[in-house]
Design a protein around this ligand. Structure first.
Ligand SMILES: Nc1ncnc2c1ncn2[C@@H]1O[C@H](COP(=O)(O)OP(=O)(O)O)[C@@H](O)[C@H]1O
Ligand SMILES: [Mg+2]
Length: 283
């Protein structure tokens, strides 16, 4: 997936927000896991929307596989990218609408031409992928817990069998366990199915634990796109963008300060830190 010189506005009736994306350049490798970070209003959600064709470029070009979106007519390309790029909105459970979980999940596949049988088969498959059991399919979504509803909303997107999954703050509003469960599931789809994944998050623990790459957005522009470890190895970058540092790295910095020993690499998780401390003879 490639974005070249992409600029976009919102026009909602008389209200217009100019250049919510400004000259965005970005290449996302197939099979990568990217965390998009940045302040509120930086354009993170807009970046995901332009990847899914919900927002269209005023200038520039979005290329996803063989589909190209430009400021002109895009009907065929849009149909292709909406199937290819699965978008999970922030608080996606607010968009559940059907009488049963099964109907909700089957909606997307049916819309893209699957038969009833195929759609039901997909529903049975994805309900397991999100860690639920098939008996929930006949229930009303409205009787379920918040975490279950979120999983079902995500299952509905997985049922369209996307190549790229983009999720806008998938852990927002869940308790710590619910959040970790969702993020771990996302990481396992990425690993096991090679699903190209982008998430918007504010949590640097998520970034450190699950993502390979970081995109920092500021004022509608991608200001940095690099490997997670490179970003957290760079003090100037951390300071410039006022990044929160993962817990493990905070510990590492304190240990290095107190002992005067420099560990050979930047540790992003407690596991990495433990190993490095043992190797250095400090534990
Ligand atoms: N539907 C909309 N209509 C008009 N302006 C919008 C809309 N959604 C977002 N914006 C504006 O676009 C800018 C970027 O928003 P957004 O992409 O949601 O940022 P983020 O997700 O980083 O918080 C903000 O200035 C916001 O006010
Ligand atoms: Mg947002």
């Amino acid at each position: 997936m490639k974005l070249e010189h992409v600029t976009a506005d919102y026009q909602l009736g008389p209200i217009r927000s100019f250049n919510v994306l400004q000259d965005v350049e970005m290449k996302v490798e197939s099979g990568s896991f990217t965390a998009v970070i940045g302040k509120t209003g930086a354009g993170k959600s807009s970046l995901l929307k332009i990847m899914n064709g919900l927002l269209l470029p005023k200038q520039g070009k979005v290329t996803i596989g063989d589909a190209i979106i430009t400021p002109g007519k895009n009907k065929k390309a849009l149909k292709s990218i909406r199937k290819r790029v699965g978008m999970v909105f922030q608080f996606p459970e607010s968009q559940l609408f059907a009488e049963t979980v099964e109907q909700d999940i089957c909606f997307g596949p049916l819309n893209f031409g699957a038969s009833k049988e195929e759609a039901k088969e997909l529903a049975r498959k994805v309900i397991k992928q999100v860690g639920l059991t098939a008996d929930i399919l006949s229930k009303s979504p409205f009787t379920l817990s918040g975490g279950q509803k979120r999983r079902i909303a995500i299952a509905g997107i997985l049922a369209m069998e996307p190549d790229i999954l983009v999720l806008d703050e998938p852990g927002a509003g869940l308790d710590p366990k619910g959040k970790l469960d969702i993020l771990s599931s996302i990481a396992s789809w990425h690993k096991e199915q090679g699903l190209t994944t982008l998430i918007v998050t504010h949590d640097m623990e998520d970034v450190a634990q699950f993502a390979n790459n970081i995109v920092i957005m500021d004022k509608g522009t991608v200001v940095l796109h690099d490997a997670v470890r490179n970003v957290f190895s760079n003090k100037a970058i951390i300071d410039k963008w006022q990044l929160d540092v993962p817990e493990a790295l905070k510990f590492q910095m304190k240990i290095e300060e107190k002992t005067g020993v420099k560990l050979p690499k930047v540790c992003l998780t407690i596991e990495e830190l433990t190993e490095s401390l043992i190797e250095a003879g400090l534990a």
